[in-house]
Design a protein around this ligand. Structure first.
Ligand code: SF4
Ligand code: SF4
Ligand code: F3S
Length: 266
């Protein structure tokens, strides 16, 4: 990788909360500084760049012209399509117009987060702004990296795969990299033996919760959620939601906000 030219990346924010960018800067394998200084040239990012205003936009426009067909467009957030797109406007342009401007000449798109991949909370019923996932708006190759937010090292892994192999990672039918999304949370969960034994937490302060039993009856969506949390974990691989006692909300799944209550009692 050290001998390769740094790949230009334009990272655009649409309708989102910036949580995915927070996750992005927490990557530790590689650490984000190594990614930014040695591997990619992050030429535009709304929140991680020294320049601001017109100067920042000019940096993105320059990359777009100089690296036609070569730059990667990273997207965070979905695009509001209702009412001509006026629900989200930056620098006097709607998100859909900005997206079209940068999508046109990119080599590939990475949709970071469940907003970009599926629509996110803003697409929850009745989806008043018609928040639309990126893959529905383009014919370019799209890698969906869902999660709210995605795991930092998954975000890093997707981009380092592209840099290392000069190709996109193998994707499943929903455009997710198979290497990170082929298993359900439930398949590798450390509480799985309790599920198989029928030992369930019934309330959050009961004896089962103190003993680390399965969280299915208090709302865990691990059996229907494809993600790597139970293998790769979070916080520098030290912990993850279910290990900490919180049911999986299914945050990497399409329409997870419409699944029903996050916490339940059966
Ligand atoms: Fe925020 Fe979640 Fe959307 Fe990422 S996927 S921008 S963390 S709401
Ligand atoms: Fe499956 Fe959730 Fe129980 Fe883990 S806690 S075994 S993911 S239902
Ligand atoms: Fe999301 Fe479930 Fe992992 S809520 S962070 S997919 S454990």
């Amino acid at each position: 990788l050290e001998t390769k030219e740094r790949v230009p990346v334009i990272y655009k924010h649409f309708q989102e909360c910036t949580g995915c960018s927070m996750s992005f800067i927490k990557m530790h394998n590689p650490i984000v500084a190594d990614l930014l200084f040695d591997m990619i040239s992050l030429d535009y990012h709304d929140t991680i760049m020294a320049a601001s205003g017109r100067q920042a936009i000019e940096a993105a426009e320059k990359t777009k012209e100089e690296y036609k067909g070569k730059y990667i467009l990273a997207c965070e957030g979905s695009i509001p399509m209702a009412d001509g797109g006026i629900h989200s406007v930056v620098d006097g342009k709607t998100h859909i117009d900005i997206f079209r401007e940068y999508e046109k000449d990119c080599a590939a798109i990475i949709s970071y987060g469940s907003c970009a991949a599926w629509g996110g909370v803003q697409a929850a019923a009745p989806n008043p702004t018609k928040a639309t996932p990126i893959y529905k708006l383009t014919n370019k190759p799209v890698i969906n990296v869902p999660g709210c937010p995605p795991i930092p090292d998954v975000m890093a892994g997707v981009i380092t795969h592209i840099l290392t192999f000069d190709s996109l990672p193998e994707l499943d039918i929903r455009r997710r990299p198979k290497v990170f999304y082929r298993h359900r949370i439930h398949d590798n969960c450390q509480r799985r033996a309790y599920f198989d034994s029928g030992l369930f937490v019934e309330e959050f302060d009961d004896i089962g919760s103190k003993l680390g039993w399965c969280l299915y009856k208090v709302g865990c969506k691990g059996p229907v959620t494809y993600n790597s949390c139970s293998v790769m974990k979070w916080n520098d691989s030290t912990c993850w939601p279910v290990e900490a006692g919180n049911p999986c909300m299914g945050c990497s799944e399409d329409n997870f906000w419409d699944f029903g209550p996050i916490f339940t009692t059966l």
